[in-house]
Design a protein around this ligand. Sequence first.
Ligand code: NAD
Length: 266
Amino acid sequence: MSSNPSKRFSGQRVLITGASQGIGEATALYFAQEGARVALNGRKEDKLRIVQEKLPKVSAGEHVIAPGDISKEDAVEAIFAKSIQEMGGVDILICNAGYQIPSPSEDIKLSDFEGVMAVNVTGVMLSCRAALRHWLKEGIKGRIVVNSSVHQLIPKPHYLGYSASKGAVDNIVRTLALEYASRGIRVNAVAPGAIVTPINESWVNDPKQYEAVASHIPMKRPGESSDIAAAMGFLASDESAYVTGQTLYVDGGLTLYGDFEHNWSS
Ligand code: NAD
């Protein structure tokens, strides 16, 4: 694995789920810029190829395309088999893929609820399980970073499946962190606030709604995908070598109860 040793992740192999756009794409760019070889997962191969083309080359070899639906057991096996075969292994897993479907909770469709849980919870479990099996077999001290959400803490009416799924992610992270800490494997999460990505196109492209979103954030702006990628990088790096089972909120202060900025309660 020869590569430029001056870069932070030189020689490291990173698998990122949901890397075809948004935060996953920005995270792939971040790791490739820092010298890592990256395996890109998503459901559509053509979209992943476009991202692959954009990434800076690294001397360790080509970045890898590993398409597949992470909610399916067979697909996750195939995603890991391809990534491990082509890169010689995986050192860092970024569980990023996730989605949400809005509905008043009294009308929520079972298939929508189960679909969100299948990707946001089962998909994270299957990906972590595959990584852990690989690391235990090969003696790799791997690192997992899961992309959660401020909604693992803040309730999100009309998004019951999403809130439930991110609450579950918090306990997946803490449970796996405890179970594997003694074997040198670290598991952490980043919890983004409101980030400018395609998932949020309803307000990102509407100046009035964008302002409304910004006004609720103590730092008065939404975040960028690169803000989240940098936090992922920290939790995957040796700078956080003594951190496990934690969620790093990257939210411009959204979880600080902004309504209490000026005293109104006493
Ligand atoms: P996005 O919709 O732009 O990207 C999601 C990615 O996941 C896409 O590449 C999509 O193809 C992929 N994906 C979805 N289902 C998949 C599946 N079954 N198998 C494989 N890939 C699949 O979303 P984003 O805003 O970049 O969000 C990424 C993550 O960040 C999600 O987990 C989301 O919950 C979380 N998050 C986003 C925000 C935000 O404001 N954008 C806030 C908090 C948390």
